[in-house]
Design a protein. Sequence first.
Length: 538
Amino acid sequence: MTEIAEPHEPWWMTGVIYQIYPRSFSDSNADGIGDLRGIEQRLGYLESLGVDAIWLSPIFPSPMADFGYDVADYTGVDPLFGTLDDLDTLIAAVHARGMKLILDYVPNHSSSQHPWFLESRSSRNNPKRDWYIWRDPAPGGGVPNNWISDFGGSSWEWDEATGQYYLHAFLKEQPDLNWRNPEVRAAMIEVLRFWLDRGVDGFRMDVLWHIIKAQGLPDNPINPDYHYGMGQRDEVLQTNSTDQPEVHEIAAEMRRLADSYAGDRVLIGEIYLPTPKLMEYYGTAEAPEVQQPFNFQLIGFPWTAPGLAKLISEYDAAIPPFGWPNWVLGNHDRPRIADRVGEAQARIAAMLLLTLRGAPTVYYGDELGIGRVEIPPDRVQDPAELRQPGIGLNRDPVRTPMPWDGTPNAGFTSGEPWLPLNADWKTRNVAAQIDAPGSMLTLYRRLLALRRTHPALSLGDWRLSPCEGDVLAYERQHADDRLLIVLNLGARPQRVAAPAWAVGGTVMLSTLDSAPMLNGDTLTLHPNEGLIIAPKAA
Ligand code: GLC
């Protein structure tokens, strides 16, 4: 009798990704900065946490003007983090534990110290001149157009030696590559091949929607909604400097390359665009692009049940038939979830993230519920804050060292940590939470374990229940595996009717320690309580 094979789902559909900010995860050599060996020493923790893949923010040689997002060599490892050998060892160690490793790929810009840029700026006739975007001053003098850097100020930097400006969407130390030049495109595709050959399982692609600019570099329109308190970047809309149609053909080429390798290599695009536009980065069934255009909507969205119900339904409905959703609560650029919604609701957020339809990415430290971390002015590191102080752009608070235990510096380093720790690290650390029944870490571990055993959670359909009060409820179902998720997004008790199939069911998991109140067909939720309910066994 021939066995019928189970349909094969690629790991990036069902798996959970864990983002590591390498500077801050674990320091093995006492320089106060995390490194690859440090990460390797913590793989046991990640495996037991129950995540499937690790994404490392950049570990390449870099002057660190933007902490590694200014790459001076796309195919090496910065000595701060270790060596290429260390990376090979880490890849092997991750694979040996059945996990995957994803690198950060920074295609829009290199470091101004990259040999390509040093050549490009050396003279107007240099063969690499056109690898970057150089322009003469505007006819009346001054910058070629009105584009503004994401870090404030003009996107153009004057080069005295060669008498032209070069474009930089971010810092002047991060000149934009000219992706309309076929040589640049070929060289950057080679970078992907280099790492794919070394066995990496995919890439998170930095500001993917930025890489192609409109032909002729026309001015950006003025933003009619600009108001005091926004960063300078928002004075104009990035209509001509980002999201051009030609980006899709490049993304499709990257995908063809990834798909030519065995093992379901994944491409994840960092793309801050609203839903209809974002979907274009899935490509088409014939010419697919990235498997995961990062969906950042849970960041910066008002935390209310009706609001989230609308957001999730609209996003889910907009996914193309061949596409798969994804969700994140935070990353190294945006305030932490426990800071945004408070610790009690951060537990609800964890349950939401890990029970929605789609692939979740967990940001390191969120599993401990790290909240706001104050950075004393003299310890600020982030160029975004240093250039435009005091308007809430500082990313240091979400990049602080991972607190491992109650020993000095929370076991992160035996040196001086490059950023301060969370003030409550003595109690909020891995060792303190790992066996504590009510801890955030325990909640994450239980949620991740439940995802593994319930295809309803990893693969199932998603059906919204009618919204009542502060309660967001939905069902997940895959074949006969069916679960009800009920989340109280408020700080008051709520009473809702349970659907008939869930009456008399079993609470599989609660975000709280207190006994759940399931009475007949009425479900009374404690303040800030989230429940996962399975139907009564038949
Ligand atoms: C992305 C990164 C951010 C970086 C920027 C420029 O948004 O996530 O950290 O500063 O790109 O590379």
